[in-house]
Design a binder for this molecule. Structure first.
Ligand code: MN
Length: 407
């Protein structure tokens, strides 16, 4: 009889993330998650764990909900039960309380996922094998105390070594992010046989090889681009005398290509910058890729930076291009990092003839509109923004009427 227990782990799927404002990216996140699922299925795990952030937003778009159904139906077809916890993107604890649950509850009700919110479940596998899956929802700064409470309330279960104790959390450890409240050491004290971690978007395994973060299934930010491929984890448990010993295997898969180039140009003219960046992009294999070019150096002729927009417009075969200039002029940094708000104020003032004293309100108006259209506000925020918009328009039309009557 085979005693080995195999656990698949995939994390941070972020369904509904329309990165760079592009629907193609929303599709990418789905395709990456489906690839991750197929890679795990190929290795026939007994169960699959998802330590958080299935969804990018607490109110997922219909397409994100349907995408998640497709993924979980694949596991269902293969008779692989899925266990998941709530990540910070899925929903907050209070939000879930207020709205009678969150999207993970919906998946749970549909029988597609077992949602664990600060609780554990004993799972019966075939050949009389069993596994105990523990799940802690995302609690940010309170994670440590919530975990201690969960362990304290269920000490006998954790001390029972007849089956492996596997914990899922969605938190940073200070080994990943220095300021994090949790550490490998503080979690290690509880004595779980294995800890599967979400939230951190890169691959990470601790020294003792009993904690692992498999990273997001697609690249969430440029900080992760050094790992071209994305990963899932396959963790096999074997009982060695009285202890369950995990063995972590990293399974990698490809996603949309991301290309990054650093150009240190020395002392150049603005025209040189345009030429070099254009030439560089011509030489790169940018087809369908997400591209980022960082440009640094000293400009001799002008403080005006290169016309980045017109360069990017020539290259329509890439999915998305970011050019990030950090040019100096006579020892002074050309301020590429001026905030959007300052730039918008100037546009309203100089190009759209809004008086300087009013420009701030117009920026607020534009920002609110954008947030409403992209559904980035919660209900309360949206109601407040809409009220401001109405007030603003009303004040404007009153003014116009007055002006008209004077005529
Ligand atoms: Mn995440």
């Amino acid at each position: 009889m085979n005693e080995t227990i195999k656990i698949g782990q995939m994390s941070d799927l972020h369904f509904g993330y329309r990165q760079y404002g592009k629907f193609e990216r929303l599709k990418d996140f789905y395709e990456a998650a489906m690839t991750a699922a197929e890679v795990l299925i190929e290795h026939s795990p007994d169960i699959v764990t998802i330590p958080g952030d299935i969804f990018h937003r607490s109110r997922p778009y219909p397409v994100s909900q349907r995408q998640s159904f497709r993924i979980f139906e694949r596991f269902q077809e293969e008779n692989i039960p899925v266990f998941a916890i709530r990540g910070n993107h899925d929903a907050s604890y209070i939000w879930s309380e207020r709205w009678g649950g969150n999207e993970l509850h919906v998946l749970n009700d549909l029988g597609l996922v077992t949602y664990l919110e600060d609780e554990y479940r004993e799972v019966q596998l075939d050949h009389n094998r069993m596994v105990r899956i523990w799940g802690l929802g995302y609690h940010g700064g309170e994670a440590g105390s919530n975990l201690t409470a969960l362990v304290d309330e269920n000490r006998e279960a954790l001390e029972d070594k007849s089956m492996p104790n596997i914990l899922m959390i969605h938190e940073f450890l200070d080994n990943m992010v220095p300021a994090a409240a949790l550490s490998e050491y503080s979690i290690g004290l509880h004595g779980f046989d294995y800890v599967g971690i979400g939230h951190y978007h890169r691959w990470w395994v601790n020294g003792a090889k009993n904690m692992c973060c498999s990273g997001s299934t697609e690249h969430m930010s440029v900080a992760e681009w050094k790992e071209k491929k994305r990963s899932v984890a396959l963790v096999s448990f074997e009982k060695v005398r009285t202890k369950w010993k995990p063995q972590i295997e990293r399974l990698q898969f490809g996603v949309r290509p991301k290309l990054r180039k650093n150009l240190e140009l020395g002392t150049v003219t603005a025209e040189d910058v345009t030429d070099v960046v254009t030439k560089t992009l011509h030489e790169m294999e940018i087809e369908d890729a997400v591209v980022r070019v960082d440009v640094s150096g000293t400009l001799v002729d002008t403080q005006q930076s290169a016309d980045v927009r017109s360069i990017v417009q020539q290259f329509t075969n890439a999915l998305h291009i970011d050019i990030v200039p950090q040019m100096e002029y006579a020892g002074l940094i050309v301020k590429e990092d001026v905030s959007d708000e300052v730039v918008m104020k100037e546009v309203f003032n100089q190009r759209l003839d809004v008086p300087k004293s009013q420009a701030g309100r117009w920026v607020k108006l534009a920002t609110d509109l954008k947030e409403i259209l992209t559904e980035s506000y919660d209900d309360e925020g949206e109601a407040a923004a809409i009220k401001l918009l109405y007030d603003f328009v009303e004040a404007k039309s009153v003014k116009k009427k007055r002006r008209g009557s004077k005529r």
